[in-house]
Design a protein around this ligand. Structure first.
Ligand SMILES: [Zn+2]
Length: 163
């Protein structure tokens, strides 16, 4: 899916990486004549690309960014206490990922935009992708909670400080 660029950094080899709003890094190499991105070679060029979008396949694959850390979790929900809003399409904010962790029973997890309709269980965690509409539905008696993740503030890749 398309994600706006929120910052830039460099990998261990000094190649430019764009940081997307979802938290995923993506290489943005200038390698003429194969890849022409002369803008990556200057700070001004990189700044001009902030807010432009790149296709993030890691979001399409439900990959929680490596550097993200848990910061909050919901109470344990049952089929009786699950808030109605979570049964309907809803989404997390920009940059907020989550894990749906089932302790007992089964939960149906639907993400229409990513064509996912998954049965979650204690063996199968659901990954919630930022800003992507989804819904959950208890399949019988369940106990589950949602744990939220965001970028670790100390992450050296989360900005353009090195530039
Ligand atoms: Zn992404």
């Amino acid at each position: 899916m398309e994600r706006p660029i929120t910052g830039f950094g460099f990998d261990d080899e000094g190649d430019s990486i764009a940081i997307l709003s979802c938290g995923h890094p993506q290489h943005v190499r200038h390698n003429p004549p194969f890849i022409n991105r002369s803008w990556v070679t200057t700070e001004q060029g990189r700044s001009s690309m902030l807010g432009k979008t790149l296709d993030c396949v890691r979001c399409d694959k439900f990959e929680l960014p490596d550097s993200f850390v848990a910061y909050k979790r919901t109470p344990v929900f049952t089929e009786e206490t699950l808030p109605a809003g979570l049964r309907k399409d809803h989404s997390t904010k920009t940059g907020v990922w989550a894990k749906i962790m089932v302790a007992e029973g089964k939960v149906r997890y639907r993400v229409p935009a990513l064509k996912a309709d998954i049965e979650l269980s204690p063996d199968r965690i659901g990954i919630v992708v930022p800003e992507v509409l989804h819904s959950v539905e208890p399949l019988g008696a369940v106990r589950f909670f949602v744990e939220f993740y965001k970028a670790w503030e100390g992450d050296s890749r989360s900005g353009d400080r090195a530039a």
